[in-house]
Design a binder for this molecule. Sequence first.
Ligand SMILES: Nc1nc2c(ncn2[C@@H]2O[C@H](COP(=O)(O)OP(=O)(O)O)[C@@H](O)[C@H]2O)c(=O)[nH]1
Ligand SMILES: [Mg+2]
Length: 201
Amino acid sequence: MPQVNYAKKEIQFKIVYYGPGMCGKTTNLQVIHEKVPAKAKGKMASLATSQDRTLFFDFLPLKAEAIEGYVCKFQMYTVPGQVKYNSTRKLVLRSCDGVVFVADSQLSKMQENKESLLNLEENLQAQGDTLAKMPLVFQYNKKDLPQIAPNQYMDFLLNNGSVKVPIIEASAIKGDGVLDTLNAIAKLVIQDFVAKKNQGN
Ligand SMILES: Nc1nc2c(ncn2[C@@H]2O[C@H](COP(=O)(O)OP(=O)(O)O)[C@@H](O)[C@H]2O)c(=O)[nH]1
Ligand SMILES: [Mg+2]
């Protein structure tokens, strides 16, 4: 659940960018940091290894006036994608309010995408959440590259059956689709918050 500060009229949401190593999670946050006006953002913090791969997470705070009378703050995190860092992923996922699953559209990466999604599902279940109930957006990234999978194929592999989530095509490196993805997940987490509030919990 998001943290609500009634005195300060602030609601704080935690959004996590998840996906396999090198799919473009850090690039998404870097582009957001470049494009968002200075007054809407804080400093971006990265904890990277010497090879420039995420060791712990990247963090970017944002704010927007999206609910009447309240300032919404979004704490944006990435996880390290490499298989061996699962305990870190679990930690970063804790009490998250929404997930952007960044899939790498290259045909050679489909297995890694699938494994990362299953890993997300397992880690959510381990903390008492489910993928089906989590506000979730899929970003099909790296659409600028050759040898990419068609969307229908990625839908079939990743978005098959019961879970129907918004799909955003992107080329994070060019900045395409990055803010659309952010808007889509922000909308979903706010809708989810309002719906739960109306149900009285
Ligand atoms: N061609 C292409 N390269 C990308 C795109 N997004 C990220 N990359 C590159 O993929 C590599 C890994 O990106 P990064 O954001 O660090 O991935 P992360 O491990 O998910 O955080 C870097 O070399 C990026 O420049 C994209 O949309 N297209
Ligand atoms: Mg990274």
